[in-house]
Design a protein around this ligand. Structure first.
Ligand code: HEM
Length: 419
């Protein structure tokens, strides 16, 4: 680790010589200033007109932060200059992260990505539509007559997980322990980079120990679940190694368990506060289906990173090999330089640009599943609960991290009218 000092109970890395003082800002990705007002609001508050497009923070081990959509997009798309060798911050934690193939650069990454796509391509996901829809209906129907629910606890935390566990051929009873691992990977506890690294390492090992016997069991059999398809797949003509299969299946669990969960809750808080936006899609099914991408633009949840691959001057800033750059995807979707009135959810927005699913060779392999889950949720929810709002006094609790989270999303509706 670089030299560090403790100020305000927070460990601060000393500023390396190549970083000008004028570019230093205090940005704590795990405890954003103003997070009680909302996760997206807290990130967006940093995107002032005078904010440089790259700034450096001494917190979380010391790293750069890209503050403009254009930069976030460019860094994701250029693995030769910005490597995936380490993608989680603090860097000490990212070095412990062992999932596959997120830390590989092309060409090593390419055959692993091909394998992932055999299980998650649009054709495969389309085949699941009925099953996904039924999972949504089964969860929503019992809620209708209640006139209220905690959307996060009663729906968002369950639905994508149920879909994914069914796809992977895993029992729902395993979810509570996997959810703890996922939280410890994406929002690791600890007040120093070393402590956070230890939390992440334990969670990563937890995923690995969980998938290890499942992989051994399914290897060489002709199962059709997602795990079987992956572990019986090949890499450059050879069977995928056991070690790489462990990393790949662990990544699928992480991707399938934490992201859609939080994205859906953020989306629903907004819709509960904007009944006119719900009315628009209630009356126009096509608008709903076409508009789903706008939801992904408006509610990004991931903030991961790239490592500078070679010393370079980038956009006028000297970067050293090994420097880390945080890419808060919220600052792409919500960048006013790319979207007029970015806070507005415009179902008919013409150009919907975002990095919510990352970009370049590692662009989210699960995005077709995520889109299906979002579309089906809106369709089936609005069909049964056409008007809803946040309960009075509702106080959602927001968390920032590699994947943002929100808890406590109490919704209310007229049960008689809905039924
Ligand atoms: C709202 C939902 C989702 C969001 C916002 C999201 C976001 C992302 C992002 C930003 C990346 C790129 C990471 C990087 O390059 O550093 C990524 C990669 C990935 N995601 Fe997702 N994801 C979502 C849903 C899912 C789901 C449901 C799955 C699993 C079925 C999944 C599986 C993956 C995998 C396997 C990768 C790695 C791809 C590669 O390295 O080539 N994601 N996701």
């Amino acid at each position: 680790m670089t030299q560090a000092t403790m100020v305000d109970n927070r460990v601060r890395a000393d500023r390396p010589a190549h970083i000008p003082e004028a570019l230093v800002r205090d940005i704590d990705m795990y405890a954003l200033d103003g997070i009680d007002q909302g996760f997206h609001e807290a990130w967006k508050a940093l995107q002032t007109p005078d904010m440089p497009e790259l700034v450096w923070t001494p917190l979380t081990g010391g790293h750069w932060v890209a503050t403009r959509g254009e930069v976030i997009k460019e860094v994701y798309s250029d693995p030769a200059r910005f490597s995936s060798e380490v993608i989680f911050l603090p860097k000490e934690a990212g070095e412990k992260y062992g999932m596959v193939p997120t830390r590989m650069d092309p060409p090593e990454h390419t055959p692993y990505r091909k394998l992932l796509d055999t299980g998650l391509n649009p054709g495969q996901i389309r085949k699941m539509e009925e099953q996904v829809r039924q999972a949504a209906i089964d969860l929503i129907e019992p809620l209708v007559a209640q006139g209220q629910c905690d959307f996060a606890a009663d729906y968002a935390n369950v639905f994508p997980v149920k879909v994914f566990m069914a796809m992977a051929g895993l029992p729902m009873s395993d979810v509570p322990k996997l959810a703890v691992f996922a939280k410890d990977m994406t929002r690791p506890a600890g007040s120093s980079p070393e402590e956070m690294a230890a939390t992440l390492d334990a969670a990563n090992k937890g995923f690995d120990a969980y998938v290890d016997p499942i992989i051994r069991e399914r290897r060489g059999k002709n199962g059709t679940d997602l795990i079987s398809v992956m572990v019986n797949g090949s890499i450059n003509g050879e069977p995928i190694s056991h070690e790489k299969a462990v990393g790949l299946i662990s990544l699928l669990l992480l991707g399938g368990l934490d992201t859609v969960v939080n994205f859906l809750s953020f989306s629903m808080i907004y819709l509960a506060r904007h009944p006119e936006k719900v009315a628009e899609i209630r009356e126009d099914e096509l608008k709903l289906r076409r508009g789903v991408e706008e939801l992904f633009r408006r509610f990004p949840v991931v903030s991961d990173a790239r490592m500078v691959a070679v010393d370079q001057t980038y956009r006028g800033v000297d970067l050293k090999q090994g420097d880390m750059i945080l890419l808060p995807t919220a600052l792409h979707g919500l960048d006013a330089g790319e979207h007029a009135d970015p806070w507005d959810l415009d179902w008919e927005r013409k150009s919907v640009q975002h990095s919510t699913f990352g970009g370049g060779p590692h662009r989210c392999a699960g995005l077709h599943l995520a889109r299906l889950e979002a579309t089906v949720t809106l369709q089936e929810w609005i069909r049964r609960i056409p008007a809803f709002s946040l309960a009075s006094g509702a106080n959602p609790v927001y968390h920032s991290g590699i994947v943002a989270a929100v808890e406590n999303v109490p919704l209310v509706w007229d049960a008689v009218a809905a039924g």
